[in-house]
Each structure stands twice: as structure tokens, then as C-alpha cells.
Ligand binder design. Structure first.
Ligand SMILES: Nc1ncnc2c1ncn2[C@@H]1O[C@H](COP(=O)(O)OP(=O)(O)O)[C@@H](O)[C@H]1O
Ligand SMILES: Cc1ncc(COP(=O)(O)O)c(C=O)c1O
Length: 133
């Protein structure tokens, strides 16, 4: 959808993402900014992360992965969060990635492709899946 305050799609389609596309999805992998945009929230704490992830679960997806956030206090670490709901039980893990000093276009797309493939192989195992980060 976008990065750092810039949407790749026209902003007019945002309501369709919120109301139509998210409810159709089983797995969504927004970065922090995308998650905030989809839920009209602002994330400044881990508690906010959980609130935002829950709002997204409530719309339908059983898996919500916040691929990156600005919550890490270590400039060399990128922090993400993954949450799955199965049989009414929610599991959430935190992912810490060694941050490279560069900006990668397409990292989110690549991450999503890898995650979806591995989640198909390890459907209930966030501890394995978080190793992708
Ligand atoms: N600077 C970076 N250093 C190391 N890994 C990165 C970096 N940027 C992205 N990644 C990896 O790619 C994944 C997706 O990146 P992210 O920036 O969250 O997606 P998007 O491109 O959608 O904003 C991250 O979870 C991380 O694993
Ligand atoms: C126009 C455009 N640029 C860049 C990207 C890459 O996005 P990301 O870096 O979030 O994977 C996309 C993803 O769909 C895109 O549509």
C-alpha cells in the first residue's frame, strides 16, 4: 500500500482496502504506517500494536503481521510483530531483525511472499515463521 507516509495506490482506494479487501484476506502483512492507516490508529507503544492488530483481526484476517515498526530503541534493530488466531486462541510473537543501513523497495512484497509460503508449511508455528524476519 505504501511506505513512510506515501501511498503507492491513489488515496481514494483506501476505503476499499479498509472495508472490502481486508475482510476478504486471511493473512495481511502491513508495515506500521499501513496498519495505522487501515485502522485510524497511531502506534507509539507495544500496547498500541496489540490494539491495532486486534482491530485488524476483528475485520477477518486470522494472521496479522506488522512487518516493521519504529518501536525499537536500538537503531540497529527492526522490530515486527506477528499474531495468529486459531480456534479462538491468539498467539503473538515479536520479531527482531538486524537492521541494515539501507532502504529496500519491495522488501515488504518479498517478505509477504516468503511468509505466505512458509505459513502454508507451518500453519500453527509462529516461532518458526518469525525466523523469516
Ligand atoms: N533496512 C532493513 N534491514 C534489514 N531487514 C529489512 C530492512 N528493511 C526491510 N527488511 C526486512 O523486510 C521486511 C519487510 O520490510 P518492511 O519495511 O516492513 O516492508 P515494506 O517494504 O512493506 O515497508 C522486514 O520485516 C525485514 O525482515
Ligand atoms: C508502485 C510500487 N512501488 C513499490 C512497491 C514495493 O512496496 P514494498 O517496498 O512495501 O514492498 C509496490 C508494492 O506493491 C508498489 O506498488
Amino acid at each position: 500500500m505504501g511506505d513512510d507516509g506515501v501511498m503507492y495506490a491513489p488515496k481514494e482506494v483506501l476505503p476499499a482496502y479498509k472495508e472490502k479487501i481486508v475482510p476478504l484476506a486471511d493473512i495481511i502483512l502491513p508495515n506500521q504506517w499501513e496498519a495505522e492507516l487501515l485502522t485510524d490508529t497511531t502506534i507509539t507503544t507495544e500496547s498500541d500494536v496489540l490494539t491495532t492488530i486486534n482491530l485488524l483481526h476483528e475485520r477477518g484476517p486470522h494472521t496479522v503481521v506488522l512487518t516493521s515498526s519504529n518501536l525499537s530503541t536500538d537503531p540497529n534493530v527492526l522490530t515486527g510483530y506477528a499474531s495468529c488466531v486459531k480456534d479462538g486462541k491468539k498467539t503473538c510473537v515479536k520479531m527482531a531483525v538486524d537492521k541494515l543501513d539501507a532502504m529496500f523497495i519491495g522488501a515488504g512484497d518479498l517478505f509477504a511472499a516468503l511468509w505466505i509460503a512458509w505459513q502454508d508449511k507451518h500453519p500453527d508455528d509462529l516461532e518458526v515463521l518469525k525466523l523469516l524476519a
